[in-house]
Design a protein around this ligand. Structure first.
Ligand SMILES: Nc1ncnc2c1ncn2[C@@H]1O[C@H](COP(=O)(O)OP(=O)(O)O)[C@@H](O)[C@H]1O
Ligand SMILES: [Mg+2]
Length: 380
């Protein structure tokens, strides 16, 4: 073979090689295209993502609640960033893996919707609830006044308390008294109002309430009618129910988001403890339950004395008889009895209140109670 021949051959070889490289390159591009197209087909095939609320977050998994109210323990996809209780997330329909977090912010003038106050109620304004007073002092007053004591002993006080019991028994009074005795800002929201009036804004409002409380610490956040917000829901058919659920999730997130020795305490209040979602009562949330019952025989005397202490009582007034008659009344009803009795005296142009005035008043207040009970029986 001549050297010319060799040169020609190697020329040809390198042409082939070039050609092959090009083809390989082309092949790669085509394969890539196929891959992309397959992905796209998959995307078209895949079902829509579902929305769910995050109930609790663990390292690799999370508990979510889907729109029908059922809860699932699911995986988090590696792409989803940090999520926390209360977040709204998208999940795959088949295995409910969390795919993404949805950010939604709305503006709202929160201060219109919460009552911020420095209450004047004193412990001595409350009758028959000594044990409840003692407990509130221990779990609210002590940590706010001497946090160093808790650090030294090495225990954490509860962050939140649930006052539960029939209406008109002094739950609001207790919360206000402890705010007063700790010189705390009293931030009040009412569950039913939050649900009825602030549709679409509930979660944001809850966030604002906690921010307000922290900015004005020491603070007590008082959530009246908590059950309107935190009732266990089975049916989540309507968007209204889902909205309540979002608000509730935000409340849980806020509760989880501050420390036991931060200068904020949350006091929830309900007369329907039976329907509460147990999530709100978990450790670290409203985990101290204080029952506020109808006054005992001794208690009602104290309550009555508080509300009648400025009244001028006639000779005919019979203490024992009155106590007997007001048995099983709530504090609010006992107060009504005193006010009504006073009005009866005024109507008769007297300044002294007689036993008759009390008898009439008690009858009236009891009548009202019965009316309410029949009403409840008919529609409840
Ligand atoms: N234990 C009590 N001692 C004195 N007054 C009471 C008591 N419980 C209720 N009252 C009276 O009834 C009113 C309503 O009580 P409140 O604390 O709002 O009841 P709740 O929050 O339990 O429904 C109070 O403002 C107070 O006048
Ligand atoms: Mg109340």
């Amino acid at each position: 073979m001549t050297s010319e021949d060799t040169a020609q051959k190697s020329d040809e070889a390198s042409r082939y090689e070039d050609n092959m490289n090009n083809l390989e390159q082309e092949n790669k591009v085509l394969r890539e295209t196929i891959f992309q197209l397959k992905m796209e087909v998959d995307r078209y095939r895949s079902p829509a993502l579902m929305l769910a609320d995050v109930v609790e977050v663990f390292e690799k998994t999370a508990i979510i609640r889907v729109p029908n109210g059922n809860r699932f323990l699911v995986n988090k996809s590696s792409e989803v960033g940090e999520i926390k209780t209360g977040d709204l997330v998208t999940v795959e329909q088949k295995n409910l893996t969390i795919v993404d977090k949805i950010e939604s912010e709305k503006s709202l003038e929160a201060d219109k919707f919460m009552i911020i106050d420095k209450p004047k109620i004193k412990w001595s304004d409350i009758g028959g609830l000594k044990e409840q007073e003692r407990e509130l002092k221990e779990v609210v007053e002590l940590p706010l006044k001497s946090p160093e004591l808790f650090k030294k002993v090495g225990i954490t006080p509860p962050k939140g308390i649930l006052l539960h019991g029939p209406p008109g028994t002094g739950k609001t009074l207790l919360a206000k008294a402890v705010a007063n005795s700790t010189k705390s800002t009293f931030v009040e929201i009412v569950g039913s109002e939050l649900v009825q009036k602030f549709i679409g804004e509930g979660a944001k409002l809850v966030k604002e309430v906690f921010k307000m409380a922290k900015d004005n610490a020491p603070s007590i956040i008082f959530i009246d009618e908590l059950d309107a917000l935190a009732a266990q829901r089975v049916d989540m058919g309507t968007s209204g129910e889902r909205e309540v659920q979002r608000t509730f999730m935000q409340l849980l997130a806020e509760l989880d988001g501050f420390k036991p020795l931060d200068n904020v305490k949350v006091i929830g209040c309900t007369n329907r403890k039976d329907i509460l979602d147990p999530a709100i009562l978990r450790p670290g949330r409203l985990d101290r339950l204080i029952e506020v019952p109808i006054p005992s025989k001794e208690g009602l005397k104290e309550v009555f004395k508080i509300h009648s202490k400025n009244m001028t009582l006639d000779k005919s007034y019979n203490e024992e008889r009155t106590y007997k008659q007001i048995e099983s009344m709530s504090g609010a009803e006992i107060k009504s009895v005193c006010t009504e009795a006073g009005y009866n005296a005024i109507r008769a142009k007297r300044t002294k209140v007689t036993q008759k005035d009390f008898d009439k008043a008690i009858e009236k207040v009891k009548g009202k109670e019965e009316e309410e009970n029949t009403y409840k029986g008919m529609f409840g």
